[in-house]
Design a protein around this ligand. Structure first.
Ligand code: FAQ
Length: 317
């Protein structure tokens, strides 16, 4: 007879294969739990750090309408981070611990947020490309096997699709504007294109987690499949804008029904992931400082919650 852990593992895999969700109180292999803590918390950190490059432009948005939209978008990203921290906490780790891992430089967050936003067109490019890439990756995650993560992703995806449209609309406006505005849009596309492709992670051959994550339906598609889907969707959109993707090898392949594209600079990717990108230090410093300066708010909120609890207890007795 097989030992009980082995039986539990077989039952667990069977449940996944049948398409059932795994819920927080269900039995799960330790590696499944750890993989989720890693991935969901990295995702949460990305949403929170991702507020910084765009937050940089809230005070400088060109019109009131643009300012309101950007403010709402950045606020949405904060909300996504909070859902995702909550989903991670269902796996038995505290939010304080997760935040400590980020601030200590132990937890990763998406490479893309280590690039600077130099002009207003970058806000358009982020919405169009970065949110566009995020949606492709995250629509897959609405069907991921861990219930709290999958459910959080449904709501997040709805908001991301609004974000993508607001970005594309900024690009469209710039591209239909003056020559200088169109040039700004081109420059933003040229700087953000390759880092956006890197968001999907290393090639399948180099991806350490994909095999197991596919078996457990954490991932439903591989990094390369999603990257290709993003390129196929985005190239025609650049055509409508009338700006050029900075890849001389990009061309439609009749045989495969996909776009062929040039080599990604993986050295740059790993350099950024390891903490040496243009803005890594600035991003972490900003997060640490916000956390320190916000200590009094956390303190006040927990004092208030304590008071409410005591009040409810007194009233109930
Ligand atoms: N950056 O074996 P794999 C957003 C690491 S949210 C940094 O392929 P996996 C919304 C990876 O962690 C964007 N590190 O890993 C927004 C692993 O290292 P580890 C974030 C990366 O997990 C928009 C190692 O490389 N989205 O944009 C990156 O199977 C606008 C080996 O890689 C998510 O987090 C990277 N790009 O696949 C907000 C989605 N790629 O942990 C504001 C959820 C890989 O062993 C403004 N995550 N690494 O030390 C995922 O789907 C997956 O985790 C992947 C990576 C696909 C990102």
């Amino acid at each position: 007879m097989k030992d009980s852990t082995e039986n539990l593992e077989i039952e667990f895999q069977h449940k996944i294969d049948q398409g059932y969700n795994i819920e927080p109180k269900d039995w799960m292999p330790e590696k499944y739990r750890k993989t989720h803590i890693r991935q969901i918390s990295q995702h949460a950190h990305s949403e929170i750090v991702g507020m910084l490059p765009e937050g940089n432009w809230i005070t400088r948005a060109p019109t009131l309408r643009r300012k309101v939209a950007l403010l709402a978008k950045v606020q949405d990203e904060a909300g996504h981070g909070l859902y995702l921290y909550s989903a991670t906490e269902t796996l038995g780790i505290s939010r304080d611990e997760l935040i400590e891992q980020l601030h200590a430089g132990k937890a990763k967050y998406s490479s893309i947020f280590n690039y600077p936003t130099l002009t207003w067109a970058d806000i358009g490019a982020i919405g169009w490309l970065v949110d566009g890439a995020a949606i492709i990756n995250q629509v897959m995650l609405t069907r991921t096997s861990y219930g709290p993560y999958a459910r959080a992703m449904v709501r997040i995806c709805k908001e991301e699709s609004f974000h993508q449209r607001q970005g594309y609309e900024i690009m469209l406006t710039l591209c239909n504007g003056t020559e200088v505005q169109k040039q700004m849009a081109q420059d933003a596309l040229s700087r953000w294109w390759w880092p956006s492709l890197m968001m999907f992670g290393p090639t399948d051959a180099e991806s350490t987690h994909t095999e197991l994550s596919m078996k457990w339906k954490i991932k439903r598609k591989s990094n390369d499949e999603l990257r290709q889907q993003f390129i196929d969707n985005t190239v025609p959109q650049a055509g409508i804008l009338g700006i050029t993707i900075p890849d001389k090898d990009l061309k439609w392949n009749e045989k495969t029904g996909h776009y062929d594209f040039g080599e990604i600079d993986w050295e740059e990717f790993w350099n950024v992931v390891k903490g040496n990108g243009p803005c890594n230090k600035q991003r972490l410093d900003a997060r640490r400082s916000a956390y320190e300066k916000g200590a009094w708010v956390r303190e006040a909120a927990s004092q208030y919650a304590e008071k409410q609890r005591n009040k409810e207890f007194t009233e109930a007795n």
